[in-house]
Design a protein around this ligand. Structure first.
Ligand SMILES: C[S@@+](CC[C@H](N)C(=O)[O-])C[C@H]1O[C@@H](n2cnc3c(N)ncnc32)[C@H](O)[C@@H]1O
Length: 209
């Protein structure tokens, strides 16, 4: 247990420094607003989310708030969590005046203090924490996130992969949530002709009350 905590502390510092370094290179380091694949992935995520209107939404790993901006149009209140203060500062500027609360935190430790959500979105974030030395804290994330969903709430997962091995790994994220009782209501693979990376987009729902 003590070793787990020390390893998590170490990995959190490592991830935070890495992500701050990436975002310090300049705006949009992942080319979300330029790359055809990323634009298609974000459009598919928006389409999956926009079939409903939500009270409260949570985005985990919000980066600079590009998808958060879409969520702000779909939900009355949005909480956007990220480990990188550099990314969050850009998100705050982007969404200045909108009903979005940006929070710095590590999904393996942060908790919403009793708050629950109608929509939770995880896009390209879970593989950052699925690492051998910190696997126990990674596995604990799934029941924690599931417990934050309201009855009838939706969970959107969207993770890129290249090749069958990574594809199976991304399916494993969705399967863990299914094993916790969430029902898969939609799944698609988002791809563009130019490039080997594809995205597994899954929509899951908790049982209605
Ligand atoms: C590749 S970006 C994805 C951005 C956005 N979710 C999307 O789908 O386009 C991954 C983001 O996850 C954040 N992240 C990585 N590990 C995290 C953790 N343990 N807790 C919270 N955020 C984390 C990174 O700082 C980064 O902003």
């Amino acid at each position: 247990m003590l070793l787990d905590s020390i390893l998590l502390w170490w990995h959190r510092g490592k991830t935070k420094s890495k992500m701050d370094r990436v975002f310090s290179r300049g705006e949009d380091p992942f080319s979300y607003s330029r790359c055809e694949y990323e634009l298609s992935r974000l459009a598919a995520m928006e389409k999956a989310a926009s079939q409903h209107r939500y009270g409260r939404a949570l985005e985990i790993g919000c980066a600079e708030g590009l998808f958060t901006e879409k969520l702000a149009g779909l939900a009355d209140a949005v909480t956007a969590l990220d480990i990188s203060p550099v990314a969050l500062e850009r998100g705050r500027r982007r969404l200045n005046g909108r009903p979005v609360q940006f929070i710095e935190g590590d999904i393996r430790e942060w908790s919403p203090a009793g708050q629950t959500y109608d929509l939770i979105v995880l896009g390209d974030v879970l593989y950052y924490i699925d690492k051998p030395l910190v696997r126990a804290s990674f596995e604990r994330v799934f029941p924690r996130i599931t417990s934050w969903l309201n009855p009838g709430g939706r969970l959107i997962l969207a993770h890129g992969f290249a090749g069958e091995r990574e594809g199976a790994h991304r399916r494993g994220f969705r399967e863990r949530f299914q094993n916790l009782g969430l029902e898969l209501t939609h799944e698609e693979i988002v791809a563009v002709s130019s490039g080997a990376v594809r995205c597994l987009l899954s929509v899951l729902e908790s049982a209605p009350s």
